[in-house]
Every structure is written in structure tokens, then in C-alpha cells.
Design a protein around this ligand. Structure first.
Ligand code: TRP
Length: 391
């Protein structure tokens, strides 16, 4: 289990001061190489350029298919446990960017079952979050021809048979060793559900390279799924992974949580709220007084507003490097850096919110992204079920 003395990273708990390189040794994933980064579509996204997505598994097969114009897919999902914050939406915008560049298929599962099993929330609350989260995902603007969204409990006709088939390939001791002893039998089963998510594009479209861009805590799900694929009972190749670091929490290091108490920036926050949160809650790498800051400079490495810009919100390398330089030499004050970060995040959110407001009712919008009947049948058939439904 990837729990050490000083930090814990599992799908169900992220705590402490994370050593990202040590995690790779424990998980058996590999840092992205310079050559791999250069194979990403041009212009290479800042998340790749700046090592936010810093590691992976079988990234080459995906990049080769993308560069040769062959079928390739991304799976990036959401556990609807609460409102989406800025850290959660980043993989979706990354998937949208890749889809625009390479035409990749994007499959987006929502694991409402997982979050019901894990959190102390009613089915009704989880349903409400699912609905709201869907609107945010729809607002990203994926191409309906190349994107499929599934909700575990609403697309159970396809998710359940696949999960049941894959569950047979995973022993309880594997689950215990990978996740710690799950709290209930639903969570023991859930890895089979997420395996169904990760293999779904191949079950629908035939064998091809799939890449799963996720924060590193989700890697155990990929490992379990890769073991299932490796048994070759199904005509699928092991899904690859692209692993990211966590966007820092507003108040300091660690993961931003949507359900914990810590303040985080939500997709629904208006400009004023974003500025207020950054001004009053963002951990600063600046000095206590202006005089001391001018003299000694600040530390962008620990400054959360700077890290937000660096991770995602400032696209220009030249600008982000200049900000770091000016912060270090004391010419840029911590309050000024906060205003820059807040403005950039608020602009991003405003554009997102405008697209969201233009959407119609969620069920109508979702229609064009749902699996077609023929796709449902193809997936069930590939998993070994009869090709036509008799009941
Ligand atoms: N388990 C993920 C979470 O808790 C959500 C999720 C479900 C997911 N299926 C996925 C993420 C497939 C990536 C790929 O956030």
C-alpha cells in the first residue's frame, strides 16, 4: 500500500507532504521523458511542458496512434461527491484540448455509485451533485461525435454487465492490498466498475490505445484494470496512464478537497469571490513586510497564487517565468501576484460559466453524448454477453 511514514496517497485518502518521485517507485510508473513530451501535439500543453502531468504508463502507444491518425481515446472521469473546483476541471480541459488537436475519442464516466459508497451523503445529494457536475462537464464543450458520457447508475445496462465480468478477475486480496481494507462490499466491487470505465472505449470501438489522465491518487484503479486487461480474456490492450500532481490547496500544500472544510475555488465562484478567496486565504510565499519582501524577495515555489498560474492558468512560459523572477528579486509583491492570479482564474471561470449558462436542461444536453444502442450492444458483446438483448 502506498502509505509511508510521511504521506499517504490512495484513491480514498491523500495526506501529508507528497514525494512525487517516490510515489512512482512505489506505483511502478515512469517519469515522462523529454522525447515523450515532444510527441504531444504542438503547441505542447503547459500541463505537460511544466511537468504537472509528470509521469505515466504506456504513453508511447497512445502518442503513436495520435500521431499516425489511428483510433485513440482518453478516459477521464468524475466522482460526483460535491461541487467541482478548479483542480478537478483541469483534466477535462486538457482532454478537450487533446480532442481539438488530435481528434481523440473522450469517454467520461461519472461514478455516482462510488461516491455514494464512500461518503456520508444520501443518494439524493449525490444525484444533485451528479446533475450539477454534468452541466460543468458539458460546458467544457466536447465534440458530441467523439465524446461519450456515462453515469454509472443511469447507464447500468452497460456498466453493470462489464463490471460483473471484470470483477471475476480480481481477488479480494488484490483489492485489500491495493486500497486498504474497504469499508463496505460496494467499495470492494467498485474497482471492477472503474475497470469497466477504462476499457469501455476499446469494447465499443475495438482494441486501441487508451490514455487515462488522472491525478496520481487514481493510479491504483489503472493498475487493477491493467491486470485485468493483461489476462487477455478480452480483446483489449492495457490502458495507459498520464499521472498528474495535485493542484495545491488554497491554504497550503496538499490536495484541494471539494468535500473537506478548506476553502477552495469552485467553478461557480464569481469574480468577487475568487478575489476574496485568493486575497484572504491563499498561502503566500512572500515576506511579512513590504520592506523585507523588497529586500529578500519571495518564494514562488510555495506561493499558491503563483502555483495556480504555473500549473494551468498562465499559458505563456515567458510571462510565468518573468513573474517568478520578479517575485524572487522582490520587485513583485505578494499582493500584486495575488491580483494577477485572481484575475486570470476569474477570467477562466467567467468563460466557463458563460458556456454553462447557454446550456439547456441537462437531460437534453446529455442526449447527444450518451452511448448509442449499437455501442451498448458492442460493449456487452465484447465482454462476452449475447450480442442482442433478448430481455
Ligand atoms: N474515481 C474517480 C474519482 O474519485 C472518478 C472516476 C471514475 C474516474 N471513473 C474514472 C477518473 C475514470 C478517471 C477515469 O475522482
Amino acid at each position: 500500500m502506498p502509505a509511508t511514514d510521511d504521506f499517504t496517497v490512495t484513491p480514498y485518502a491523500v495526506e501529508g507532504d507528497i514525494d512525487y518521485d517516490r510515489l512512482l517507485d512505489e506505483f511502478g510508473a515512469e517519469s515522462l521523458t523529454t522525447e515523450q513530451k515532444a510527441q504531444f501535439p504542438q503547441p505542447v500543453h503547459q500541463l505537460i511542458r511544466r511537468d504537472v502531468f509528470y509521469a505515466g504508463r504506456d504513453v508511447d502507444a497512445f502518442l503513436a496512434a495520435a500521431n499516425e491518425g489511428k483510433t485513440h481515446s482518453i478516459v477521464t472521469g468524475r466522482g460526483p461527491s460535491g461541487p467541482i473546483h478548479i483542480g478537478h476541471i483541469i483534466p477535462f480541459y486538457f482532454a478537450k484540448y487533446l480532442q481539438d488537436q488530435t481528434g481523440c475519442l473522450v469517454y467520461i464516466p461519472l461514478s455516482d455509485d462510488e461516491k455514494y459508497l464512500l461518503k456520508d451523503k444520501s443518494l439524493d445529494e449525490i444525484h444533485g451533485h451528479t446533475r450539477e457536475n454534468l452541466l460543468d462537464i458539458l460546458a467544457v464543450g466536447f465534440d458530441p461525435e467523439r465524446t461519450r458520457i456515462v453515469v454509472d447508475t443511469a447507464d447500468a445496462d452497460v456498466v453493470y454487465p462489464l463490471a460483473a465480468a471484470f470483477a471475476k478477475e480480481v481477488t479480494q486480496s488484490t483489492v485489500d492490498a491495493t486500497y486498504g481494507d474497504p469499508e463496505n462490499i460496494g467499495l470492494s466491487f467498485y474497482p471492477a466498475v472503474q475497470a469497466a470505465h477504462l476499457l469501455l472505449p476499446q469494447l465499443v470501438e475495438g482494441r486501441h490505445p487508451t490514455l487515462v489522465p488522472i491525478a496520481v491518487d487514481q493510479d491504483p484503479h489503472v493498475r487493477v484494470c491493467r491486470d485485468i486487461a493483461a489476462k487477455q480474456r478480452y480483446d483489449v490492450s492495457k490502458p495507459g496512464a498520464l499521472l498528474s500532481k495535485f493542484l495545491p490547496a488554497l491554504e497550503g500544500p496538499g490536495k484541494m478537497s471539494s468535500s473537506g472544510d478548506a476553502a477552495s475555488i469552485r467553478l461557480s465562484d464569481d469574480r468577487e469571490t475568487v478575489f476574496e478567496k485568493i486575497r484572504n486565504h491563499a498561502y503566500s510565499g512572500g515576506r511579512r513586510s513590504v520592506e523585507s519582501h523588497r529586500e529578500h524577495g519571495g518564494d514562488p515555489e510555495v506561493d499558491v497564487p503563483y502555483q495556480f498560474l504555473y500549473y494551468f492558468f498562465e499559458k505563456s512560459d515567458e510571462r510565468v517565468e518573468r513573474l517568478a523572477r520578479e517575485y524572487r528579486d522582490g520587485s513583485l509583491l505578494s499582493g500584486e501576484l495575488k491580483e494577477i492570479a485572481a484575475a486570470s482564474i476569474a477570467d477562466f471561470l467567467e468563460a466557463h460559466q458563460n458556456r454553462r449558462e447557454e446550456l439547456g436542461p441537462v437531460a437534453d444536453e446529455l442526449k447527444q453524448y450518451r452511448l448509442r444502442e449499437s455501442e451498448r450492444q458492442a460493449a456487452r458483446k465484447q465482454a462476452g454477453y449475447p450480442s442482442t438483448r433478448v430481455f
